[in-house]
Design a protein around this ligand. Sequence first.
Ligand code: COA
Length: 165
Amino acid sequence: MEIKLRPYQTGDTQAILDIINYNILNSTALYDYNIRSYEQQKAILEEKINKGFPVIVAECDGKVAGFGMYSEFRFREAYKFTVEHSVYVDNDYHGMGIGKILLAELIQIAKKQNLHTMIAVIDAENQSSIHFHEKFGFETVGIIKESGYKFDRWLHSVFMQLILE
Ligand SMILES: CC(C)(COP(=O)(O)OP(=O)(O)OC[C@H]1O[C@@H](n2cnc3c(N)ncnc32)[C@H](O)[C@@H]1OP(=O)(O)O)[C@@H](O)C(=O)NCCC(=O)NCCS
């Protein structure tokens, strides 16, 4: 299986939307209740790119198998060296090392962009993502209890941080 990383192109939007909407409907990885439209997702991705942030796609045998991106953590100026990222891999491709390749590349890009720290905000039930981030040296720096409510239960947001060298 050949995995190729490349920048996002408009033609990737539907595949990314399918991964996002699957996670909205079936997981607590995203705190949305309702699936997004193609236009909404395209606008979200284009906004990041227009601000100079990366959106990268992992292609496996010609298919979009996952993607990763980051953008502002918060909007006040002093946060400008801090970004919040996310990585999503299509369910059919979990556990094949694709997430690892995507996150490693995001970290490299962040270093090149002279950023100082990366933040992942992960639902506490999403233990696979917490373990995944720990492998990269991310540390849990805080848990915001009962900050989300989905599927008739309270959700806790785990903040994980990596300081870039
Ligand atoms: C989290 C996610 C991105 C990981 O991607 P992946 O391609 O499945 O992970 P990889 O195969 O690259 O695994 C990378 C490392 O994470 C670990 N890991 C991945 N899934 C894991 C799991 N379910 N439990 C424990 N560790 C796990 C692996 O052990 C691996 O480490 P190793 O190489 O030392 O063995 C993927 O599962 C996913 O898209 N989940 C749904 C969306 C999501 O939660 N995204 C994160 C939101 S912040």
